[in-house]
Design a binder for this molecule. Structure first.
Ligand code: GH3
Ligand code: MG
Length: 338
């Protein structure tokens, strides 16, 4: 909405080479209540004045020596990117009225001036101009809001994929990407390794150093896992003190080798807790791979979990490989066996 006060505050420029006309128009506008009226008798000055003041309306005489009103409008079009000219043409010649409208003027007033007609036309053009500007501002604000919402949506999406304590991917995200990686592996005849890792006797850390101490160990371990995996691997906190790593392209042998490397790194991991250096960390690992141990996300995770259970019952701090499982129709890309 545009208020009457907004309209009367609009910046108006009067352009006419005759001083008497300028004074008359300025006087009429002031009497009508317009408070920001400027004028010039030099048409060549209009462009610079418009650039600086962006008038809401220009009352423009068409017949002026040196530069006529049509030339002034041509220059204004270059300044106004969207081509909207807030111009009312002033002319005594009926033939010029249509030409002025075609040249971009929004309206015209004839000479001699009629105060009521002039004020009605000025009011209308200023109102349209302000509405036009309001629409542009609303559009800009809307676009900005959409951009902000899109940013928050992306942040929420990123957060929804992460475990808040460790910053690792969470189980839900891992399952979705694992599913995609598995489809690709089936299509391309490649392999995928998975490592299921569980911290040994983690409860004791909590009992000795408190829950916060346990949290610190989980965070340090997560950093270690991230540092020792590749960018394409998905390292996820599967739950509590259990982690699952998906290694696209890794064979069962590769995965076992990577698991041994992780165990060695965890053994020498030192975490500072309450001023003490805690070193006696270890974990147990179950290893499985597509296609040897399954051809679905569920069966592969189950296979790794069973292998992890074997590692725990074999004294912990070790990795165990899942028992091979024949997957109908799936050929082992490494040796051609099923
Ligand atoms: P095991 O070697 O058989 O795996 O023994 P464990 O003590 O590691 O396993 P258990 O399942 O008995 O205990 C796991 C503990 O991990 C119990 C639970 O309170 C703790 N835990 C789970 N999530 C968190 C966590 O976010 N922070 C902390 N500090 N502790 C956690
Ligand atoms: Mg444990």
């Amino acid at each position: 909405m545009v208020s009457a006060a907004d309209i009367l505050r609009a910046k108006i420029l009067v352009v006419d080479d005759k001083e008497a006309n300028v004074r008359l128009l300025e006087g009429m506008l002031r009497v009508a209540g317009y408070v920001s009226v400027e004028s010039t008798m030099d048409p060549a000055a209009v462009h610079e004045m418009y650039r600086q003041n962006r008038y809401g309306l220009i009352l423009l005489d068409l017949q002026m020596p040196g530069m006529d009103g049509f030339q002034v409008m041509d220059g204004l079009k270059e300044i106004e990117g969207d081509g909207y000219l807030p111009v009312i043409a002033i002319t005594a010649q009926p033939a010029h009225k249509l030409r002025a409208l075609r040249a971009g003027a929004k309206d015209f007033v004839g000479k001699p001036f009629d105060m009521a007609e002039l004020c009605a036309r000025v009011h209308n053009i200023v109102e349209v101009r302000l509405l036009h500007q309001q629409a542009k501002d609303s559009q800009r604000m809307l676009e900005e809001t959409v951009r902000e919402l899109e940013g928050s949506r992306q942040e929420l999406k990123a957060e929804a994929a992460r475990d808040p304590l460790t910053g690792l991917f969470n189980r839900r995200y891992m399952e979705a990407t694992f599913e995609r990686d598995l489809h690709r592996a089936v299509r391309e005849g490649s392999t995928i390794g998975i490592i299921m890792l569980d911290v040994d006797h983690f409860k004791q850390f909590n009992d000795t150093f408190g829950h916060d101490g346990g949290d610190t160990i989980l965070k340090e371990l997560s950093a270690l896992l991230l540092a020792r995996t590749r960018e394409e691997d998905i390292v996820c906190r599967y739950g509590g003190e259990e982690f699952l790593i998906v290694l696209p392209g890794a064979s069962l042998d590769d995965t076992r080798g990577r698991a041994e490397g992780l165990l060695a790194a965890i053994r020498s991991m030192a975490v500072s807790l309450h001023g003490r250096e805690v070193k006696s960390n270890s974990a147990s690992i179950g290893v499985a791979a597509y296609p040897k141990n399954g051809d679905t996300v569920g069966s592969l995770i189950r296979a790794a979990d069973e292998a992890l259970y074997q590692a725990k019952t074999h004294g912990r701090d070790c990795a165990r490989v899942a028992a091979a499982q024949a997957v109908p129709g799936v050929r082992n890309p490494q040796d051609g066996s099923r």
